[in-house]
Design a protein around this ligand. Structure first.
Ligand code: NAI
Ligand code: A1CAB
Length: 275
């Protein structure tokens, strides 16, 4: 399916991630009439209708879902089982794409009664078409199923395919949660700028611009980040002073440990809330 194909899509859960993907699909020209969303929370249903005129927003799953060629699972891991069991009677013929952290395709196959399953781990820059998504296809998903998923995911940014499902937990820790790490650093840089006398708006503008610029440079460069870092670091200069301070504070070690914690949590979510 291409984003302009006539095959309808259903979203189970209409929160942040679903909105990012729906936004991408509509921007690429998918008719809104082809999108159904199941969203039990009233205010969120109103928001979806306002944000995406023409889509169908349902309070609960029902026969309307039977038209979907692709069902996108965008509920929290904690509510996946309940949502899956409620929708399964209506979605048996569809291809299923889950963006939920941790929930393994074995669990989905048990709840949904199909092997046509692809798991994705996107991230919130998908909202501005700059997402990074890791994808894993269960063996029961065909080449055309994978192509259909790629066409959807391509509307939100770039993707990588993974051969091992367990690697999705690592992708979750790296790029899935990753935007939060960047925002955390942005907060710290803004705070430091304010402490040193800048106003908040100026400090924030400089911090965000620095991330955007450094990321663009890293993406455009053939050289790895460590070489780019060394190029900023004059001997005996300011960057050297800052990086030495970070090393002695154990920031890199703590950062690696933090990502391990995220990966462990992704696996726990699969154990706790899986079949
Ligand atoms: N927010 C993020 O950065 C990322 C989130 N994810 C995954 O995406 C999934 C959704 O996350 P968000 O969109 O951030 O959460 P969210 O809380 O914004 O959206 C979930 C939506 O599901 C609805 N919902 C609750 N029970 C339901 C049910 N039984 N049936 C249908 N809908 C139901 C909620 O009302 C809510 O609007 C999670 O599994 C998360 O692991 C994946 C990558 C990144
Ligand atoms: O925090 C979470 O569990 C989700 C998965 C990746 C980003 N947000």
């Amino acid at each position: 399916m291409t984003p302009t194909s006539p095959s309808p899509l259903a979203f189970i859960g209409g929160g942040n991630m679903a909105s990012a993907i729906i936004g991408g699909l509509l921007k690429q020209g998918l008719p809104a009439a082809l999108i159904d969303v199941v969203e039990p929370y009233g205010p969120q249903r109103d928001k979806l209708r306002e944000q995406f005129p023409g889509i169908t927003v349902l309070e609960a799953p029902g026969v309307a879902l039977a038209r979907a060629g692709l069902v996108v699972w965008a509920v929290k891991p904690q509510t996946f089982k309940e949502a899956a069991l409620a929708s399964a009677p209506h979605t048996a013929r569809a291809l299923h794409l889950s963006v939920a952290a941790g929930i393994r395709s074995d669990s989905m196959a048990t709840w949904l009664g199909t092997e046509r399953i692809v798991r994705a781990m996107p991230n919130t820059p998908a909202l501005v078409g700059q997402g990074m998504t890791g994808l894993y296809a269960r063996p029961g998903a065909s080449a055309s199923d994978r192509a259909q998923v790629e066409a959807v995911v391509a509307t939100t940014g770039a993707h990588v395919w993974l051969q091992r499902e367990s690697d999705l937990d690592t992708v979750t820790a790296l790029s899935g949660s990753g935007p939060a790490y960047v925002f955390y650093f942005l907060e710290a840089m803004r705070e430091a700028g304010i402490h040193m006398g800048l106003d908040a708006a100026t400090a924030q503008k400089l911090a965000i611009g620095t991330f955007v610029g450094a990321s663009a440079l890293a993406a455009a460069s053939d050289e790895p980040p460590e070489v780019l870092r060394e190029r900023v670091t004059s001997k005996g200069g300011t960057t050297f002073a800052a990086l030495t301070s970070m090393e002695s504070a154990g920031i890199k070690v703590a950062f690696v440990a933090a990502m391990h914690a995220a990966q462990v949590r992704a696996k726990e979510l699969g154990d706790e809330f899986g079949a």
